[in-house]
Design a protein around this ligand. Structure first.
Ligand SMILES: *[C@@H]1O[C@H](CO)[C@@H](O)[C@H](O)[C@H]1NC(C)=O
Ligand SMILES: *[C@@H]1O[C@H](CO)[C@@H](O)[C@H](O)[C@H]1NC(C)=O
Ligand SMILES: *[C@@H]1O[C@H](CO)[C@@H](O)[C@H](O)[C@H]1NC(C)=O
Length: 460
């Protein structure tokens, strides 16, 4: 009898969630409670609602999400509940606005999607908040400001003009309180500098410049100047037929404003020092793991492509994500990563099918905990994984509507593989590409298709 695909799921990939009974030392970053889920519950998910970016601000009180429809939703940590440890991870909608619209490039007859590829907050300088958002081509700087007063009592505004001769006295307009209004306004538009698709933006620690990276080039911008940018990396070969490698992710160092790194489709990370030359075509350092010749296959290069690179908060380490693993690098050692964590090793025997259905090109992101001790990244079947670097422990958790009673503890899932794992048991539609970790607290945000889950650590 040939099992139906539903049966195959059952036979071949059996995962179950257990209450962790292991005793011993555990870091609180590995045990999580459900706090909230945002977004509609419908089974039918509109394409435009798919979440494509998640980002906390520097103190974690604001959480921004971007979606495929070009919208940005900002959530604010509930101020009243913040001091109560058990419900400090409650976020409410603070502002929603349309950041990007679909466009059409008439010269190339190409549609430009409105999808938000990345969001980056700027450090706060005054009462307003600023963030950068980008789609494939255009970066925008948004100002988000609050208003709870409005001027009233103008002499001439509002309504029919009065006869001047009848005005006996001038009244002084006064500010009157009103309901809080949060306004988002576009302050700058940085356009026409990228021929290929923008995959990364990163704000420099000088707080004045930022970079934007596409497949072949990295540009440096001043936040105040939209008319020009400087090309700092260009890997475009003279002849496009010689193209063997593209840029997949780039980031500035968190405190050395002259240092940046970029990852490539060949799994190589290059560190550039802008003090050395205006055009950083010659990298200062290279990070590359020696190739294991025994496991070489047609897919080797595809699965080693870097889908994300993130410096630790301290700036000492760097984390990279590729299709099957997360690697931690010491920035002083380029020869091999100091830690490698397997995220999806069970997929290795199925790369062929994952290539056929394009899943192999999924770009998973990764993030550090506030103290750099734990790293988190997503997987399929709405699983996300955490790796505790000190205790060398890992956990698989599931973001699902089924287990979201307030403050219920997330049960670690065990993925155990039967005889051989079938591709049918990997639900490629349920994947967690984007996650974010509160910079100062153990609160995490995990985006499934159109839902944003917020979890907090379990209180002891
Ligand atoms: C959280 O704050 C809201 C008011 O903003 C309050 O109604 C609610 O009871 C608080 N939650 C808890 C558990 O204290
Ligand atoms: C993050 O947002 C909160 C809430 O508005 C604000 O108080 C804080 O200053 C912001 N942090 C930074 C560093 O921008
Ligand atoms: C940039 O902003 C951050 C956060 O506000 C601050 O800690 C840092 O000192 C600033 N850096 C410079 C060079 O002004």
């Amino acid at each position: 009898m040939v099992p139906s695909s539903a049966q195959k799921v059952f036979y071949l990939l059996i995962y179950f969630c257990v209450v962790s009974a292991e005793a011993g030392e555990k870091s609180s970053e590995m045990e999580w409670c459900f706090s909230q889920v945002k977004g509609a519950i419908d089974d039918e998910v509109a394409e435009a609602d798919l979440i494509s970016a998640v980002e906390f601000n520097y103190t974690g009180e604001l959480l921004a999400t971007g979606d495929k429809g070009g919208r940005i939703v900002i959530f604010q940590q509930n101020p009243e509940n913040k001091s109560q440890p058990q419900c400090r991870a409650e976020y409410n909608v603070y502002s929603t606005f349309q950041s990007h619209e679909p466009e059409f490039d008439y010269l190339k007859s190409l549609e430009i999607e409105e999808k938000i590829n990345k969001i980056r907050w700027l450090p706060k300088k005054n009462a307003a908040h600023f963030l950068l958002s980008t789609n494939d081509k255009t970066i925008k700087l948004w100002k988000i400001s609050e208003r709870n007063k409005r001027p009233e009592g103008y002499n001439l505004r509002n309504g029919p003009y009065k006869d001047f001769t009848s005005i006996a006295s001038l009244q002084v307009p006064v500010f009157k309180p009103m309901d809080l209004m949060v306004e988002a306004s576009p302050r700058r538009v940085f356009a026409n500098a990228h021929k290929y698709h923008i995959n990364s933006i990163s704000v420099n620690s000088d707080n004045e410049t930022y970079l934007s990276a596409d497949d072949l080039r990295i540009n440096l911008w001043h936040l105040e100047i939209t008319g020009q940018s400087f090309n700092i990396v260009d890997i475009k070969p003279a002849n496009m037929e010689d193209l063997t490698e593209v840029i997949t992710a780039a980031e500035f160092h968190p405190n050395q404003c002259h240092t940046l790194v970029y990852g490539s489709s060949k799994g190589i990370i290059r560190l550039c020092d802008m003090r050395a030359a205006a055009l950083c075509d010659k990298h200062a350092k290279i990070f590359e793991e020696p190739e294991d010749r025994n496991s070489r296959s047609f897919f080797s290069e595809i699965i080693s492509s870097i889908s994300d690179v993130k410096f630790s908060h301290s700036g000492r380490y760097m984390m990279t994500r590729d299709y099957l693993s997360v690697k931690i690098w010491d920035i002083n050692m380029g020869t091999r990563p100091i830690e490698t964590f397997q995220v999806n090793e069970y997929l290795r025997s199925n790369l062929c099918s994952l290539y056929d259905n394009d899943c192999i090109f999924d770009k998973f992101e990764c993030c550090w905990s506030g103290n750099d001790r734990v790293v988190m990244t997503g997987s399929y079947n709405n699983f996300f994984r955490m790796f505790d670097r000190g205790f060398r422990r890992d956990v698989t958790l599931e973001a699902s509507r089924e287990n979201c009673k307030p403050q219920s503890v997330l049960k670690p899932c065990k993925v155990s593989i039967g005889f051989e794992i079938s591709i049918d048991s990997v639900d490629c539609n349920k994947k967690i590409l984007h996650t974010a970790w509160h910079p100062l607290d153990n609160i995490i945000a995990v985006a499934t298709t159109n839902n944003l889950f917020i979890f907090q650590d379990k209180l002891k």
